[in-house]
Design a protein around this ligand. Structure first.
Ligand SMILES: [Zn+2]
Length: 170
């Protein structure tokens, strides 16, 4: 059986099912059936607008996000699907953080639910720094299918690793 490095946190029976799909050469078809089309959010400007709208809906009170961009330098491994940086600076008498969100370029050619999942993840870091219970609770509040989407995204990363082919090319 393959190691399935993106799926090590999931139970063995689930990984066995994935291995079977791979063995039958069906993984790509399963993903395409579930997510037939790519989103059209291609530019950093459009990405910023998309993320800002999510923030306005769910985290209006949180610190502002000054920049959102696709980043081709982000290596898609483990927790580096996106990056959230906060630069603290003193403004008057208060310490203010300047937040920037970078999203792995793999999400540019992907279905909207995957982009939504990573956007929700990075926005949740405005409130919760660690990947702990409170963090995932916030993610699931913004996107109830968060865990399913993360699993499906990891299926896609597995597919990319094995085939080298994007399923949703522009
Ligand atoms: Zn994170």
């Amino acid at each position: 059986m393959q190691t399935l490095k993106y799926l090590t946190a999931y139970p063995e029976p689930l990984r066995a099912q994935v291995s079977q799909l791979i063995g039958q050469n069906k993984l790509g078809d399963v993903l395409l059936q579930r997510y037939p089309e790519a989103h059209g959010i291609r530019t950093d400007k459009a990405l910023y607008a998309y993320v800002q709208e999510l923030k306005d809906t769910y985290l209006r009170q949180a610190d502002p996000v000054s920049k959102v961009a696709y980043d081709s330098k982000i290596q898609v491994i483990q927790h580096a699907l996106g990056l959230h940086t906060a630069i603290s600076r003193v403004q008057g008498s208060r310490l203010k953080a300047k937040h920037e969100i970078r999203i792995g370029a793999v999400f540019r050619d992907a279905p909207l639910p995957f982009l939504r999942m990573i956007a929700v993840h990075e926005l949740a870091h405005l409130k919760e720094k660690e990947h702990d219970k409170a963090f995932y609770k916030l993610c699931c509040w913004m996107e109830p299918a968060y865990h399913q989407l993360e699993f499906d995204l990891r299926l896609y990363l597995t597919w990319l690793d094995l085939s080298g082919e994007r399923l949703w090319a522009a």
